[in-house]
Design a protein around this ligand. Sequence first.
Ligand SMILES: NC(=O)c1ccc[n+]([C@@H]2O[C@H](COP(=O)([O-])OP(=O)(O)OC[C@H]3O[C@@H](n4cnc5c(N)ncnc54)[C@H](O)[C@@H]3O)[C@@H](O)[C@H]2O)c1
Length: 313
Amino acid sequence: MNHTLCLSTLKTQLLNFKYIVADQTILHLYPKLFSNQIIFPFLALEENKTQESINQLHHHLFNHNVRRHEHILVIGGGITLDMAGFAMATYMRGIPFTSVPTTLMGMVDVSHGGKVGINSAYGKNTIGTFYHPKSTLICQDFLNTLPPHELQNGISEMLKHLIISDQRHFPAPQKLLQYDQILQSIQIKANITQQDPYDHGIRKCLNLGHTLAHAAEMASNHRLSHGQAVAWGLLIEGHILEQKELIMPYTHLLNDYFNKHFQLPALPDLSALWQSMQHDKKNTVDVCISQLSKPYVLGTSMDMWEQAFQKIQ
Ligand SMILES: NC(=O)c1ccc[n+]([C@@H]2O[C@H](COP(=O)([O-])OP(=O)(O)OC[C@H]3O[C@@H](n4cnc5c(N)ncnc54)[C@H](O)[C@@H]3O)[C@@H](O)[C@H]2O)c1
């Protein structure tokens, strides 16, 4: 269940919680939100989204004698929510928690659908489970301090949500940050994940743009942010799907949108991306199809990507 709050109301809500797991940036930027709660501070870096952090958080809870009936509050971006959510799922076989996402990505994507987890030596998000917060408190005020590239990460996911729900009007970034748009985006994700809670079917459409995006992040050594990589993925994978008439066309509109509102850095060479995609996907490179009545994945060839690159870039 989602609730929307302003910062002062959130502060009052936080008084109901004795234990908090908090992104250190939030502790630093919003010290007045917190009072005398017992806080586990977490430095939100991908390299800290690990078993080591889970162990530290579990130790912290055991040391404070936290019982199963306690209710924990987790506040921060996606890294904090993923890590702490997994720690909550496994502490004494599951302890209830409420999430307060503080990034746009956290609000429209991470907090819904129940995926929680950590990275391992075998890759990003390779250890995890499904475990839902009891509720999610949305406070848009946090977006005022979010750096532009973090906003863009969330905006790319919001555009993806619009595309997979067959909408072909893409509001300008400032409009997308308004409450009704955030809520609509949450509803699109929630609708899909409720139909397919364990990721066996239509939920795969949420991967639209991400086959290329993951490869672009890796091949560019993270020169491209996740949001920029997803933006390219939506354009290029979209073109492949359009060529097969598997999707209602949108890439011409999205291309104009990015030209107007974002400066997308150049992609790495296709050969590097193709290698990375094959490695990532264990040799079958799939594109996820957005129209819910159609099959969910399309196997692709290098030729298809080449054509899409020529058309889009
Ligand atoms: N579980 C899911 O369904 C799901 C979905 C998408 C992404 N993810 C995961 O989410 C993570 C990315 O999440 P993210 O984009 O929220 O990044 P993040 O958690 O890394 O936060 C980005 C940065 O912004 C800072 N920050 C957080 N809130 C802030 C605020 N209000 N003002 C200023 N700075 C703030 C953080 O400290 C961090 O430095 C990845 O690990 C990804 O795998 C999970």
